[in-house]
Design a binder for this molecule. Structure first.
Ligand code: EPZ
Length: 424
């Protein structure tokens, strides 16, 4: 198993290029199932465990995928297996994204129920509600979702989401693209990952209006085509790297970003005393001498993203004053806090709010990550902790960050990946 060994104290400086977004790659890859016509060429796909897992699932369904140099080629001509098995789905809950496309193209699908995850239950009731609104009959049998389109074809309809759900919106848009008639999705997730999915579907021939907003109207079409497409940048990776600069008192530039997708995070870095400058597709963060305690409340886009909440908490351990961290998307997403406190932080959880007392001197030790963003938070803490921090079970990190230790080392961090044995 791998661990990251971080020796704290180096200020980061220099520039890196943002990788492609994991959370838009997954629905884009799923959307290729909507047509058997030709080969897709997808650029700026990050080389991540989740991408390999998902490509493996698609190949299990019958696609032929090949990946090199951040370009993923997919041929979906021979998809004939409509069952996504537990062994593959349990590795990554986003596998649920195959439900909409399989239903839309083949009129049926069987997908294993995804598991929960480290920071709480991850229901899929909204995904199923959306499919039913489009005329699917859904039953749950022996841990599987069995879905069948009445008369073999989905029908356009109206989907009102009671809460904003990225995944359910993605599934709904993909299913509606080939449905008979028009679909209106109200309270659609406006996240950039869904906007990118809609742009990809439009390139394939889908008819979607309201892209990037919370109301999408999709006019179903007869068929879609395979295309070449370039993915959007990963806004969470970029924000994580900016936090790495801020926690070490450094100054870095990230190229290949769309600043308008980072506005809520850039505003908070500014409130914390950092100076932000933008030029074209690059963002530069210069750290202050002293960070200012800054509260955040994670909410759906365009608010501060829940996927940056753990990383922000790590940063606030170094800020002057008390910061209050609330997550309105995943109320219990605080698994990283006990490990941060083991490093010397002083964080209390009071009624679903993390109260961070800063600044606190952190001292390196062994820490265990529990999920993707908690791992990132512990690496950030290690960059500023005195001595050596060993972040164990780095497979969590590898799901969502492409060569993060290489990027941080390039920026001047003392960080390396090492093998280790876990004693059961
Ligand atoms: C996506 O997950 C992301 N994953 C998550 O990123 C991210 O944290 C989340 O959106 C919120 O932004 C991918 O895109 C692969 P949701 P998703 O449906 O789609 C509730 C990471 O670190 N809900 O927007 O599963 C749900 O419990 C990962 O990269 C239902 O109640 O999230 C949550 O409270 C972690 N019923 C809220 O909606 C449903 O059917 C938002 O979840 C679906 C969701």
């Amino acid at each position: 198993m791998d661990k990251l060994v971080v020796r704290g104290g180096n200020r980061l400086s220099g520039r890196v290029i943002a990788s492609g977004s994991k959370n838009s790659s997954l629905p884009v890859i799923a959307a290729t199932l909507l047509t058997g016509d030709g080969r897709f060429t997808l650029h700026r796909i990050p080389d991540l465990q989740d991408i390999r897992t998902f490509s493996g699932l698609l190949d299990h369904l019958g696609t032929e995928t090949s990946f090199s140099g951040n370009t993923l080629m997919i041929s979906t001509k021979n998809v004939e297996n409509l069952l996504a098995p537990y062994e593959l789905v349990k590795k990554m809950r986003a596998s649920i994204y195959v439900l909409g496309p399989l239903l839309a193209r083949f009129g049926e699908a069987r997908v294993s129920l995804p598991g929960g995850c480290a920071f709480g239950p991850r229901p899929i009731d909204l995904h199923l509600m959306a499919m039913e609104r489009l005329g699917a009959e859904i039953t749950i049998e022996s841990g599987f979702i069995k879905a069948k389109a009445k008369n073999g074809k989905l029908q356009g309809g109206r989907i009102d989401f009671p809460i904003s759900s990225v995944g359910a919106t993605g599934n709904a848009v993909m299913a509606a693209a080939l449905a008979d008639g028009t679909t209106t999705i109200c309270n659609a997730a406006p996240e950039p990952e869904i906007e990118t999915l809609c742009r990809f579907l439009t390139a394939m021939g889908a008819r979607i209006t309201g892209i990037g907003t919370t109301e999408l109207v999709i006019e179903g079409v007869e068929r879609l085509s395979a295309v070449e497409f370039t993915n959007v940048f990963d806004r969470i990776e970029a924000a994580t790297l900016l936090a790495a600069a801020a926690i070490t008192g450094g100054t870095i530039t990230i190229d290949g970003v769309e600043p308008n997708q980072l506005l809520s995070v850039l505003k908070k870095f500014t409130h914390a005393g950092c100076s932000i400058s933008l030029s074209g597709g690059s963002v530069t963060l210069a750290s202050p001498e002293k960070l200012i305690a800054t509260n955040i409340t994670a909410k759906p886009y365009p608010s501060f993203p829940t996927d940056m909440q753990a990383q922000w908490t790590a940063l606030m351990t170094q800020a002057e004053g008390i910061s209050r961290i609330t997550d309105k998307v995943y109320h219990e997403r605080f698994n990283h806090i006990p490990e941060l406190n083991r490093l010397g932080a002083h964080i209390d959880i009071v009624k679903n709010q993390a109260v961070v007392h800063g600044p606190m001197k952190l001292s390196g030790t062994k820490v265990m990550s529990t999920d993707l963003r908690a791992s990132a938070c512990l690496v950030l803490a290690g960059l500023v902790a005195e001595g050596v921090t060993e972040v164990l079970r780095v497979y969590h990190l590898d799901r969502g960050y492409e060569q993060i230790e290489m990027k941080l080392a390039h920026l001047g961090a003392d960080i390396s990946r090492e093998k280790y044995q876990e004693f059961s």
